[in-house]
Design a protein around this ligand. Structure first.
Ligand SMILES: [Zn+2]
Ligand SMILES: [Zn+2]
Length: 379
């Protein structure tokens, strides 16, 4: 998307107004650009917004929408809200969406991020039809009771979990035991993912609506391969059922990050809730960046030059057949993804604890590289 002055001519869509930008090589006016983006999200939700018999049975579909206050998830909430309003204004006066918005307080994920209480109040005022919850990352101890046990098993030797301490202190102590930036970031992502999934299960949600843009999905794909997480890749980028008993949907998968940022700027209710991203330039050097951050930056800069290539990465991954999984299949204790039987035997199976009395840890290859207790960590 390129921004140009009024000289970019007439909108190629309505032919009735001055274009404000070129969107994928077509000059569009602002209303046509907003409609173009709304339609992409709407087609991403196609199978869930069809009313069918739902209006007669009054059956609603319970969606969880994780909100990070970044441009993408904020735009997603705005668009989903628009679909709800559209249904309610229709002849049936009914919506089959029951949306629960979950914000995990960003200041509890990284102390460098600001608190978002003001934005949380604003978002509830702007989109009052939905249910809202804000929780800190350390509430994972409440929603995911297995986590204490898991942290104890995967932490480095210096870690001692003191149950008399607060959840916040216990999580901080664990994170301090992780040696590298990449592992820290990787494990934070896993904890955040586990918390969101556990919350969705606890509240009986059927789907999670993820705000990832095309650009973000491409970065995630490359980062997962680089981190040895290829096996769990399909669920993290593909629409459909997952091993966690929930469906994942990525309704913004066809929109580029730059398009979502532009959208957020044009819609005041969205702009007021977006917290600007911590930009990579704020980090001291590439050495301080994790693999996730590096690839995010890479895809952002390259994606602007070659958007078609990034779109291809994402489309190809969405076509991958999901790895089959069964409910009795072994799961990784950290990221909870099913472990492929082959990969286990190939890598020499599970790690044995130095204390021979303990049963071996079941970790997938990616988690073994990040878990401080593992001999693969820091390689
Ligand atoms: Zn137009
Ligand atoms: Zn794992």
């Amino acid at each position: 998307m390129t921004m140009e002055g009024k000289s970019s001519g007439i909108c190629a869509n309505c032919r009735n107004a001055d274009a404000f930008a070129k969107v994928r090589n077509r000059p569009l006016c602002q209303p046509c650009f907003l409609r173009y983006a709304d339609n992409k999200c709407s087609s991403g939700m196609k199978q869930y917004r069809m009313l069918g018999d739902a209006a007669k049975t009054r059956k609603q579909h319970k969606h969880l929408l994780p909100l990070s206050f970044g441009a993408s998830s904020s735009v997603l909430l705005h668009m989903i809200n628009g679909q709800v309003e559209h249904q309610l204004a229709g002849p049936l006066k009914f919506t089959n969406y029951d949306v629960h918005v979950l914000a995990v307080d960003p200041s509890t994920i990284s102390p460098s991020r600001p608190s978002c209480e003001k934005q949380f109040d604003l978002v509830r005022q702007h989109y009052p039809r939905h249910t809202y919850t804000m929780i800190p990352l350390h509430s994972i101890f409440e929603y995911d009771p297995d986590i204490s046990n898991v942290l104890r098993q995967v932490a480095g030797s210096g870690f001692e979990d003191d149950e008399s301490k607060s959840y916040r202190e216990r999580l901080d102590t664990f994170r301090a035991s992780i040696p590298t930036t990449t592992s820290k970031d990787d494990i934070d992502n896993i904890l955040l993912f586990r918390l969101i999934v556990a919350f969705a299960q606890h509240h009986g949600c059927e789907t999670i609506l993820w705000g990832d843009s095309d650009t973000r999905l491409a970065a995630k794909t490359l980062a997962n391969v680089a981190k040895g997480r290829g096996a769990s890749l399909t669920w993290q980028v593909r629409d459909g059922p997952t091993p966690w008993g929930l469906e994942f949907i990525f309704p913004l998968r066809e929109l580029y990050r730059t398009e979502l940022e532009q959208y957020a700027k044009l819609v005041p209710s969205v702009e007021s809730i977006v917290i600007p991203d911590r930009s990579a330039s704020e980090a001291l050097s590439n050495r301080d960046l994790s693999i996730d951050e590096l690839l995010n930056n890479y895809v952002l800069t390259q994606g602007i030059k070659y958007p078609g290539i990034m779109a291809n990465v994402v489309r190809t991954v969405n076509k991958l057949r999901p790895a089959g999984f069964t409910s009795d299949q072994a799961r990784c204790i950290l990221c909870t993804s099913p472990i492929e039987p082959d990969s286990q035997s190939l890598d020499g199976a599970e790690i044995t604890d130095s204390n021979a009395q303990n049963p071996p840890l079941q970790l997938c290859y990616g988690c073994r590289r990040s878990a401080p207790s593992s001999s693969l960590a820091n390689t």
